[in-house]
Design a protein around this ligand. Structure first.
Ligand SMILES: Cc1ncc(COP(=O)(O)O)c(C=O)c1O
Length: 411
């Protein structure tokens, strides 16, 4: 079982008061807070081991390299990848998706090909494909989302065909919290000979994710949404696919050899082994080490426990929100269909007004369209207020949040 009171003691920021109220942090889908163990790991790296990786033979560089490689191993185990060769460290989900778009898509998508993208995606899984289609001239087919925010599986089956080369879909919506059945989507995708890229930004931090079981080809996620630091994220890719791909960016670290041919006046280059072939330049070493500590922290708690805790909080919050006469919850009504995220609105009030009002009571929520405008179009909304929970949130915080909303309703 997860003990949120014990967990809260690990998060120094939760001691803060904002506007004379204890901080209530309900913006976890945007980024999570950091436990002292992660902060200490980053500090410990800079205090004791700081050096560049994979370059020098001296002790510090050996230590830094070992820690950085261990971080890849830890992440590989966390999502049940075969080994660290399938784990590429990037800046975050956005960079991971761009890596697939440019390193795989640019070379593999031809003018008759089709890419399937769902309409519940974060802009970071829409814009790279739209940008690339201007070069590659392939067609993008968007899969509809039902009015309650759930994925339209029927529309997906109608749109996928032999022309489809890649399916790009999120595991969990960052607006509604809807959880997609990525295992089924991967099965259907593979039956059509295509690849599947899953945006795991909102699933990997909150649910057990097993890439072997779901059989996805690529999985992208961000360290900062799972207790880790900003500037570090992960692209998982199946070994055989990554081997076939050309690199994303060129520079140091990603090459084995660069040799100059004076007759041709050209350099011939061979690539480094996986995963370094995709990590050009000096990587975010401290970020990787911070992420390793975050993953260890999550594993100690257990991902099933985290999922259950968030589900209980979501159900509790939804029950109380539904009782407010002017509040309207968007997306599915059942907490079991979703994962720790609730979008809502109150009467005719603007979402930023609601968020600012809540801020007066020390409650941090997100307002706006959460980088997912197409999904807001489906909900017929300009914007929404979003609460999103994590391991350190407790029922008492939801009670205070509901009390503040009751006051807003009086306005
Ligand atoms: C579902 C989803 N995908 C992608 C992203 C982008 O993540 P990052 O900004 O860390 O690259 C987010 C961030 O909110 C997200 O929620």
């Amino acid at each position: 079982m997860l003990n949120p009171q014990k967990i809260r003691k690990d998060f120094p920021i939760l001691r803060r008061r904002i506007n004379n109220y204890p901080l209530i942090y309900f913006d976890n889908a945007a980024t999570t807070q950091k436990p002292k163990q992660v902060i200490a790991a980053i500090e410990g790296f800079y205090e004791n081991h700081n050096a560049n990786v994979h370059r020098a033979v001296h002790t510090l560089s050996q230590e830094a390299s070992e820690l950085y490689e261990n971080a890849h191993e830890e992440v590989a185990n966390f999502i049940s990848a075969n080994d660290m060769e399938e784990i590429i460290f990037v800046r975050g989900t956005t960079e991971a998706i761009n890596l697939v778009a440019y390193a795989w898509g640019l070379r593999n998508l031809k003018s008759d090909d089709e890419v399937i993208v769902s309409l519940m995606e974060h802009h970071s899984n829409i814009v790279p494909w739209e940008l690339l289609s201007k070069i590659g001239k392939f067609k993008i087919k968007y899969v509809n989302v039902n009015n309650d925010g759930t994925f339209n599986y029927e529309d997906f089956e109608n749109k996928i065909s032999k022309k489809t080369k890649i399916v790009c879909v999120s595991h969990v919506s960052n607006v509604s919290g809807v959880v997609n059945n990525v295992k089924t989507l991967a099965e259907v995708t593979h039956e059509h000979g295509a690849l599947i890229l899953v945006d795991g930004a909102q699933s990997v931090p909150h649910l057990p994710v097993n890439v072997k079981d779901s059989d996805v080809d690529f999985l992208a996620f961000s360290g900062h949404k799972m207790l880790g630091p900003t500037g570090i994220g992960v692209l998982y890719g199946k070994h055989e696919i990554l081997e076939m791909m050309e690199p994303f960016q060129g520079g140091g670290e990603m090459i084995r050899e660069v040799s100059f041919n004076s007759k041709l006046q050209r350099c011939s280059i061979t690539w480094n082994d996986l995963p370094w072939k995709f990590e050009a330049g000096t990587p975010n070493i401290a970020g990787g080490i911070g992420l390793m500590e975050a993953v260890k922290y999550l594993r100690r708690i257990g991902m099933e426990n985290i999922k259950r805790h968030e589900c209980v909080l979501t159900e509790y919050a939804m029950q109380h929100l539904q009782k407010l006469p002017k509040a309207k919850i968007y997306g599915p009504r059942e907490a079991s269909a979703k994962c720790g995220i609730i979008p809502f609105g109150i009467g005719g009030l603007g979402s930023h007004d609601i968020a600012l009002f809540l801020d007066n009571y020390g409650v941090m929520v997100r307002s706006g369209f959460h980088c997912a405008q197409p999904l807001h179009q489906i909900f017929k909304l300009q914007s929404s207020v979003r609460v999103s929970f994590y391991i350190y949130n407790i029922r008492e915080e939801i009670d205070r949040f509901i009390e503040a909303l009751k006051e807003i309703e009086q306005i």
